[in-house]
Design a protein around this ligand. Structure first.
Ligand SMILES: NC(=O)C1=CN([C@@H]2O[C@H](COP(=O)(O)OP(=O)(O)OC[C@H]3O[C@@H](n4cnc5c(N)ncnc54)[C@H](O)[C@@H]3O)[C@@H](O)[C@H]2O)C=CC1
Ligand SMILES: O=C(O)CCC(=O)C(=O)O
Length: 428
């Protein structure tokens, strides 16, 4: 647990939430940072926090107010970069942690960004399309004072997509007086988005899962895969695992867990989920009676691809996978990390495993600046190379320093950020 002096006054000890997980991860890596360790305090303090009121007129004429945030955790290596989340459980602690993980991630895979994240506490499923658009536009106007293509570049996250990015880009552009396509990534391809961005996070996850499996002597063909979250990340990962001959034996979303021992028909499940908004009710599978039973499913590779703090001390003991590949940000608590490490489970941490999305966002941003667009093959090849190189560097460091892949990834990421601070001379 972080000590009380580390907790900023705007968060209280009892609701420290995901920010507390992040602080503990920083404390765990600090002994490995050598001469940079004295600078680590900067990583425990977000650079800028903006909390905004987002009022909209509902379709029935009433006014609703939502709480929104944009947090820039660190910009030593470049502009802030990170997604925007619309979810009923969004808190400041969560957005701070998500922004900080972006700082570490962007440095770990060496894209030239700092870390940022945004969110609105809202269940978007309760809004009409018109209400969603008005909320998105108002939020964009409110955070418009701190975002921009050279300052902070939002992108999709949970419950946001290319349509939301199109509205954000349009609102920012209207206020600027000209089209600014580079203000967000994950846009529709017709508006300056990149081929391959929609599938990039799942694809990058699949690439590093294959690398981890190869080094562990596990063949992907025939491997049993369990996936929590069947949205952008989990859905694409499921498809790629199935195409490679693995058996996706369990998928859980917010409403149900569907299982099939011989492997789910992932193509049919994707069609079902797209039509009904959930995996619940899928005819080609059994449904587990309890959501918690998902964690004990017999599998080789477990992919948490939903929300934070899902794998905890309460369920880590029952996990049967030998490899966990973190599609979600912050899905594993430090206490669960310890239990899983004792059990010999290999965890490929979020800051590497889900970095494919921001990597292709970087490609999108570069393409927007140059107004010259690449083919999908070029994008996928560059993505695969970056993911493999980042994974190999972290694997090698973990072996040399005899630490977990998470600690190794944090050593790489935090060292790059702190070296940037040192070279820029932010500590006169
Ligand atoms: N979209 C992207 O490019 C990236 C996303 N991520 C992370 O991946 C995770 C998933 O993001 P997306 O796939 O984009 O979101 P999404 O909105 O497309 O899908 C989220 C999925 O999680 C499920 N879910 C939500 N609450 C759940 C619960 N309590 N139990 C089980 N399932 C639950 C939903 O039903 C849905 O299937 C998040 O942690 C996000 O931060 C990380 C890197 C990039
Ligand atoms: O594509 C991006 O800029 C950020 C994606 C994101 O939010 C994440 O990696 O968690």
């Amino acid at each position: 647990m972080p000590t009380s002096h580390q907790i900023p006054s705007y968060l209280t000890q009892h609701d420290i939430g995901p920010w507390g997980v992040y602080l503990e991860q920083i404390d765990r890596v600090t002994p490995y940072l050598g001469a940079l360790a004295p600078l680590v305090e900067t990583l425990k303090r977000p650079k800028l926090i903006l909390a905004v009121d987002v009022p909209i007129r509902r379709d029935d004429g009433s006014i609703a107010h939502f709480e929104g945030y944009r947090v820039q955790h660190n910009t030593a290596r470049g502009p802030g970069k990170g997604g925007v989340r619309f979810h009923q459980s969004v808190t400041l602690s969560e957005v701070m942690a998500l922004a900080a993980w972006m700082t570490v991630k962007n440095a770990a895979v060496n894209v030239p960004y700092g870390g940022a994240k945004g969110g609105i506490r809202v269940d978007p499923k309760t809004l009409s399309r018109g209400e969603l658009e008005r909320m998105t536009r108002r939020y964009t106007s409110e955070i418009g004072i701190i975002i921009g293509p050279t300052k902070d570049i939002p992108a999709p996250d949970v419950n946001t997509n290319e349509q939301v990015m199109a509205w954000m880009m349009d609102t920012y552009s209207m206020n600027a007086g000209n089209t600014v396509s580079g203000v967000v990534t994950g846009k529709p391809v017709s508006l300056g988005g990149s081929l391959g961005r929609q599938a990039a996070t799942g694809r990058g996850l699949f690439v590093v899962a294959c690398e981890a499996a190869a080094r562990s002597g596990l063949a992907i063909g025939g491997a049993r895969i369990a996936i929590q979250g069947f949205g952008n990340v989990g859905g694409v990962a499921a498809r790629l695992f199935a195409e490679a001959g693995a058996k996706v034996v369990a998928v859980q979303d917010h409403l149900a867990t569907v299982v099939r021992d011989s492997g789910l028909d992932t193509a049919a499940l994707l069609v079902h989920a797209a039509a009904s908004g959930t995996v619940a009710g899928f005819a080609g599978a059994d449904t587990l009676p309890e959501q918690d039973a998902f964690w004990a499913v017999d599998c080789d590779i477990l992919v948490p691809a939903a929300l934070e703090q899902q794998i905890t001390a309460a369920n880590a003991h029952v996990i049967r996978a030998s490899i966990i590949v973190e599609g979600a940000n912050g899905p594993t608590t430090p206490a669960a990390d310890d239990i899983l490490q004792d059990k010999g489970v290999l965890i490929v941490p979020d800051v590497i495993a889900n970095a494919g999305g921001v990597t292709v966002s970087y490609f999108e941003w570069v393409q927007d600046f140059s107004s010259f667009f690449w083919t999908e093959d070029e994008i996928n090849q560059r993505l695969t190379r970056i993911m493999r190189e980042a994974f190999a560097a972290v694997w090698q460091l973990a072996e040399e320093r005899k630490v977990s892949l998470r600690t190794a990834a944090f050593i790489v990421g935090c060292s790059r950020v702190l070296q940037a601070h040192e070279m820029r001379g932010l500590y006169p």
